[in-house]
Design a protein around this ligand. Structure first.
Ligand code: BG6
Ligand code: MG
Length: 220
């Protein structure tokens, strides 16, 4: 087998390019309290990483004892999203995580395409608010898919939009669901974030500011 160069890097958004976890947490916590759920913690919030809005809602509801109808759940998810969007209004450049801009510039210099693969339906708003939009070639997000991570769909759509074969893409992820999704899409993986050691990615670093051997990752 010869050396296969990476032609595109697909980044997850929340927890990889930008720090929005605290805003997600605050919005869910506010909603949980309204429902009388007072034991929703940051530990529970970790289980919401990388999964869809409706699945994140189930994590919150599992902390209570009541059963709700589909209609009620739709209203709950919408309500949380309104709280979240309100918080996102104050999002700006300083929410971009360390090392991100340099990494994006380095990839651009190497003529490697840059994509987003995020299940968040707020992806365009977040890219816009932080000023990241001009760095991104193609976006695949919650608005483009019917199945969320760990299903590979969001990454397959990203590769397709970039005009690349799945095998020529590297995925950068901070969630287990995301790494499973990328592997299911036959893409190589770089795990980042506080849980990077547990992600079982092909390569793993605490953050993008670390010394990263990009040459061997991109040429592997
Ligand atoms: C992911 C987050 O990026 O987006 C999850 O890690 C979140 O926690 C999911 O539930 C969906 O986001 P949104 O913005 O569509 O509610
Ligand atoms: Mg993430």
């Amino acid at each position: 087998m010869g050396i296969r160069m990476i032609k595109g890097v697909i980044f997850d958004l929340d927890g990889v390019l930008v720090s929005t976890d605290e805003m997600h947490f605050k919005a869910w916590e506010k909603f949980a309290k309204e429902l009388g759920i007072i034991n929703f913690t940051k530990e529970d919030n970790k289980r919401q990483k990388g999964v869809s809005r409706m699945e994140s809602l189930e994590v919150v509801l599992s902390k209570g004892s009541r059963v709700y109808s589909e209609e009620e759940k739709q209203e709950f998810a919408e309500r949380k999203n309104q709280y979240y969007i309100k918080l996102l209004q104050s999002l700006k450049e300083d929410a971009i995580l360390p090392g991100v801009i340099n990494t994006l510039k380095m990839l651009k210099e190497k003529e490697i395409l840059i994509g987003i693969g995020s299940v968040s339906k707020n992806t365009p708003l977040i890219l816009d608010k932080t000023g990241l939009t001009p760095y991104i070639d193609k976006v695949s997000c919650g608005l483009d898919i019917t199945r969320s991570k760990p299903d590979p769909q969001v990454f397959e759509v990203a590769a397709e939009k970039l005009g690349l074969l799945k095998e020529d893409c590297l995925v950068v992820e901070d969630s287990i669901a995301g790494i499973i999704a990328a592997k299911a899409a036959h893409m190589r993986t770089l795990g980042v974030g506080p849980e990077y050691k547990q992600l079982r990615a092909d390569y793993a670093v605490a953050n993008l500011q670390e010394e990263i051997d990009w040459k061997s990752i991109l040429d592997s």
